[in-house]
Design a protein. Structure first.
Length: 295
């Protein structure tokens, strides 16, 4: 029997919660789906579609597609009941959402897969995605700090640095999206201008521009209910510039009164090592981003 995919409904909640809590039961990973599922369903519309795969009317799979820009779609929250794996439900949901995204004008769709999730990586490749880049989170503790180098909030200075940085090359131009907490999209000059007005942009200077970062939002992490400042990307030239950038982020987070920070950085040996050297508290594993060409 072919998998059945339909748009998710509020009354799927109990089914979804029952199986998502079993998906990663063998790992110490917080599951955010129960906290957001009802909001996802309620906010579906032209730029967002949440679907479930069903067996005999019971939801056994979940996935959501979101349009991040006029040409970029993002797929997230894909889960399949462990008791129904290997039956094609994941691929059926992805195909439904890729068709939806293409019909909506997207030329590329991306997703995020933890590096330890072999099944998710294999399913992404089977669905037509190709590995694009990898990143890691840093979480420097909020703390009053004075950067050792000068800091400017000029978005054009930050943009000029970003365009020629090895971080941009490693990330394929992607950074944490300004609207979706668990999505990456192409960072543009207009994005940095908007973030400078609405959030914060940092460029570290001293003998030229040597680092940049931008704050995407302050939110509440549904996994542990703490206030979190999310920084869309961090890029720097060397250890001294990294130290100054992370101090600027620590000081910004302190002024905001948040409990924790999260900074996206490219998964390169240099960036990870230098972030660790300046007490960046990097995550234990990288995360992969995969892309599907919809043209």
């Amino acid at each position: 029997m072919s998998p059945t995919v339909r748009q998710a409904r509020t009354d799927d909640y109990d089914d979804v919660v029952a199986f998502v809590e079993e998906v990663w039961s063998d790992r110490d990973t917080a599951e955010y789906i129960p906290a957001v599922f009802r909001d996802w369903v309620a906010s579906d519309g032209p730029d967002q579609r949440t679907v479930v795969a069903t067996v005999d009317g019971t939801a056994v799979g979940l996935c959501q597609g979101v349009m991040l820009s006029g040409h970029e779609a993002w797929l997230q929250g894909i889960r399949v009941d462990p008791a129904n794996r290997g039956e094609g439900h994941g691929l059926a949901m992805v195909e439904d959402l890729l068709d939806w995204a293409g019909d909506g004008g997207a030329t590329v769709a991306r997703n995020m897969v933890f590096s330890w999730n072999d099944a998710g990586l294999g399913q992404s490749v089977a669905a037509g995605f190709e590995p694009t880049c990898s990143f890691r989170w840093a979480s420097p503790d909020p703390n009053e700090a004075t950067p050792s180098l000068s800091v400017t909030d000029d978005p054009t200075v930050a943009w000029t640095y970003w365009t020629d940085s090895d971080a941009r090359t490693a990330l394929g131009g992607l950074a944490l999206d300004g609207e979706q907490s668990w999505a990456l999209s192409e960072l543009t000059h207009d994005d940095l201008r908007a973030l400078a007005d609405e959030e914060a942009v940092f460029a570290i200077t001293g003998g030229g521009t040597r680092a940049m970062a931008c704050r995407a939002r302050v939110t509440r992490d549904p996994g542990d209910d703490v206030r979190l400042a999310e920084y869309a990307v961090g890029a720097w030239d060397d250890g001294e510039a990294a130290a100054a950038l992370f101090d600027a982020i620590r000081d910004d987070a302190t002024a905001l009164g948040v409990d924790r920070t999260r900074v996206l950085l490219p998964e390169t040996p240099r960036h990870v090592a230098e972030a660790a050297a300046v007490r960046g508290d990097t995550s234990d594993w990288p995360t992969f981003v995969c892309s599907a060409d919809l043209t």
